[in-house]
Design a protein around this ligand. Sequence first.
Ligand code: IPE
Ligand code: IPE
Ligand code: MG
Length: 235
Amino acid sequence: MELKIPKHIAIIMDGNGRWAKNKGKIRLEGHRAGAVNLERILEESIKLGVKYLTVYAFSTENWKRPEMEVKGLMELFSGFLSSKKKTLKKQGIKLLVTGSKEGVSDSLLKKIEETEKYLENEEKLIFNIAFNYGGRKEITDAINKILADEKREPGKPITEEEVAKYMYRPDIPDPELVIRTSGEFRISNFLLWEIAYSEFYVTDVYWPDFDEEEYNKAILSFNRRDRRYGGLNAE
Ligand code: IPE
Ligand code: IPE
Ligand code: MG
């Protein structure tokens, strides 16, 4: 049987810190290795024909980490955007950065905007980086947008389809598959609205070690799932 490739895969890139610790390195080295790994997974996503790849890079809760680590993560992200934009363009990758602007420096916001603009016409793969992202924040922001929308009749009941349109990326279809590395069985405030019927795959492998083979294992597992959406399967 031919392998079904999910159109949209979302990844919680977890375990960088433990990867580094196991190797006697500082946590930031783990984050660097994680960024390098992302290139490998992007390449493989194109090869497989994945259309949308969302990765969780920084959550609204990650600000709680020591200042040094937060600073390192911001610099790493900024460096990633500068050093990779040409390669991304060559690969035909369109970049979207999704999340809240709150707390993010003006210089980084500017760089994000410029990089998105530079890659806006690419269409082989839509690469969506969830950065300063929180699922509850996204839903809260959506509610506030609904309340502030002057085109809506006040008090008019809202439908699910309409709510979906107020999310950060209404044009991206919901992910069929969510992968979490490093063995944690939790969602950590990732895409709460969008994952209602996503298949969940957890591997013990730390993100920097999550290679093409591990990625393909996740897709193979997805292919064995029986997706019922609350209904029953035909016998
Ligand atoms: C994921 O790795 C990257 C971010 C959350 C930014 P972690 O830094 O959470 O690594 P562990 O979970 O401590 O091993
Ligand atoms: C989730 O990982 C966030 C990212 C991968 C960016 P965390 O390491 O922050 O999640 P918890 O703390 O284990 O739930
Ligand atoms: Mg973690």
